[in-house]
Design a protein around this ligand. Structure first.
Ligand SMILES: Cc1cc2nc3c(=O)[nH]c(=O)nc-3n(C[C@H](O)[C@H](O)[C@H](O)COP(=O)(O)OP(=O)(O)OC[C@H]3O[C@@H](n4cnc5c(N)ncnc54)[C@H](O)[C@@H]3O)c2cc1C
Length: 292
């Protein structure tokens, strides 16, 4: 049963931040409600004030700048990202990620800001954004700040957002030359959340023979999307061989901290992490090599 609440609708960022400030003792932001309403229905969250930002249109945008890269406003829906020509041109990995995220109905209403702020360890955008070194812009009534997404997630369903802060946008820097990003999740039911997921970003040298930079991010493999940093280090300065791929997959699987639950055992998840890491590194490497 959902407890009674005071419903407040904002139409601008300024109005939202004022409402947050006024009701900071007991409020919740709602946007698409795709995650929050489940928690409210289960009685896990019962805010006195619900501040609806779905109509804050100034946060509904996708922009690209040659120097700064992509910016996605917090109230942008998953479906808008999936269908955006700018995203397709400059960050195609997000299209594939979104196509496999939930149903069209959920993608039509759920937003990128809501997804990140909800901080589900099995969320799809987190690992991909971290692989791309993305940041988030955050504000309260007094100030704005920018935080790398790598530092945004703090625990299961917990973020670095302070009690009075609103997530404004995701910032994705320009993807460096000869760099490709691959992402895949393993799920049992199509478009459901992943049992585990892996995002890999690989930068290769001009000839595509050696790895210059690597970022490997595991989803649903720990309380937060996590970098497999030891596995990444194994790749830098090296040539790709089957033996190397095996060792990188193994290392990522050792670094992970997966749970044992009704969806999969810990051992099964570790095996999946190994296979998916190998597959994503190989895929990103070959895509990066093919880039001119
Ligand atoms: C059936 C189903 C399947 C799903 N499958 C997947 C999946 O496969 N992969 C995946 O990644 N996700 C999945 N999801 C989750 C879905 O992507 C998210 O629920 C959605 O993106 C959340 O956005 P929202 O606007 O609905 O957020 P809301 O539910 O409105 O809010 C979620 C949380 O974020 C906070 N919040 C929202 N916006 C802001 C903001 N701008 N600043 C600060 N805090 C904010 C709210 O207070 C709340 O705590 C699924 C959801 C459903 C219902």
């Amino acid at each position: 049963m959902i407890h009674d609440f005071n419903y407040l609708r904002a139409t601008t960022v300024k109005e939202t931040l004022n409402l947050i400030d006024k009701h900071k003792d007991d409020y919740k932001i709602i946007c698409g409600g795709q995650s929050l309403l489940i928690l409210m229905r289960q009685g896990l969250v019962a805010p006195e004030h619900l501040i609806d930002i779905k109509n804050v249109q100034e946060l509904d945008y996708i922009q690209f700048d040659q120097r700064k890269g992509l910016k996605i406003g917090a109230t942008t829906t998953h479906r808008e990202i999936e269908k955006s020509a700018l995203i397709k041109k400059h960050c195609n990995v997000l299209v594939g990620m979104e196509e496999n995220l939930a149903s069209v109905q959920t993608r039509n209403w759920g937003t990128i800001g809501g997804n990140l702020a909800h901080a589900d360890p099995a969320g799809d955008p987190g690992p991909v954004f971290i692989a791309m070194n993305a940041a988030v812009k955050i504000a309260n009534k007094e100030r704005e700040r920018t935080l790398l997404l790598d530092e945004f997630f703090s625990d299961y369903f917990e973020t670095a957002l302070e009690d009075n802060e609103l997530l404004l946008e995701v910032q994705i820097p320009i993807i460096p030359p000869k760099t490709a990003i691959a992402y895949e999740k393993f799920n049992i039911i199509k478009n459901d959340q992943g049992i585990v997921s892996v995002a890999a970003s690989i930068t290769v040298d001009r000839d595509g023979l050696s790895c210059i930079d690597a970022r490997i991010v595991l989803g649903a493999a720990a309380p937060i999307p996590m970098r497999a940093k030891k596995a990444e280090q194994m790749l830098v300065g090296k040539k790709l061989t089957d033996r190397m791929l095996d060792r990188v997959g193994e290392r990522a699987s050792e670094e992970a901290d997966p749970v044992d639950d009704i969806h999969a055992t810990e051992a099964y998840r570790r095996n999946l992490i190994k296979s998916l890491t190998k597959r994503m590194v190989k895929k990103a490497w070959s895509q990066a090599k093919a880039l001119t």
